[in-house]
Design a binder for this molecule. Sequence first.
Ligand SMILES: [Zn+2]
Length: 97
Amino acid sequence: MWASLVSFRLWEPATPVQIRASPFNMVKTKKARHAGRFGTGYGTRVRKRLNVIEDAQRKKQTCPYCKKPGVKRVASGIWHCKKCGKKFAGPAYSLKK
Ligand SMILES: [Zn+2]
């Protein structure tokens, strides 16, 4: 009991912003959202912008070739469509504006 409490405390970063990997706990972190994984150390503006960008990034991207939603971002500006297997260059974060 005591040991588990201690390890739990160690696991927790000393920040008021909740950072959890689990989707259940993510519900509680309204403000931090995607930026929560960075904890403090970044300003509000950067974190807000990151949330906007990553929201768009996580939505299903539609392939401009086969029009199917199977495109994943490989790297910044590099996209790969699972459906037709095409790899193409495009916008850095999201195919949709
Ligand atoms: Zn495609």
